[in-house]
Design a protein. Structure first.
Length: 116
C-alpha cells in the first residue's frame, strides 16, 4: 500500500500547479487526506486537509483563496490545486492519508520550485 505524488515542478511566481496523490493498495475514501510542505531547513507544515467524503476542507491562512484541496474517491486520488504561487512556497509537498484507527500513509514527496 502506498501514496504516490506527482505534478510538481518549476513554475514562475504567480503561476499554477496541480499536484496529484494516487493511492494504491488501500481504499482512499476511508481516509482523511492532508497536504504538507517542507522547505529546506524548516519543519513540515500542514497546508490543507479534506474529509473522507470531501464535504469539508481546511487551509492554513497563508494559502486561503489560492489553493484548493479536492479528491476523487472513485479514482482513489487526491489533488492540490495551487494558484498565484509565491517564491517562499518552494518546498517538497507531501500527501498524507489517515483513518480513525491510527493507520496512516505518507507519499514520497514532490518538489515544487517557484522561481523566475
Amino acid at each position: 500500500a502506498q501514496l504516490v505524488e506527482s505534478g510538481g515542478g518549476l513554475v514562475q511566481p504567480g503561476g499554477s500547479l496541480r499536484l496529484s496523490c494516487a493511492a494504491s493498495g488501500f481504499t482512499l475514501s476511508y481516509y482523511v487526506m492532508k497536504w504538507y510542505r517542507q522547505a529546506p531547513g524548516r519543519e513540515r507544515d500542514l497546508v490543507a486537509q479534506i474529509t473522507r467524503a470531501g464535504d469539508n476542507t481546511n487551509y492554513t491562512d497563508s494559502v486561503k483563496g489560492r489553493f484548493t484541496i479536492s479528491r476523487d474517491n472513485a479514482k482513489n486520488t487526491g489533488y492540490l490545486q495551487m494558484n498565484s504561487l509565491k517564491s517562499e512556497e518552494t518546498a517538497v509537498y507531501y500527501c498524507h492519508a489517515a483513518n480513525p484507527y491510527k493507520l496512516d500513509y505518507w507519499g514520497q514527496g514532490t518538489q515544487v520550485t517557484v522561481s523566475s
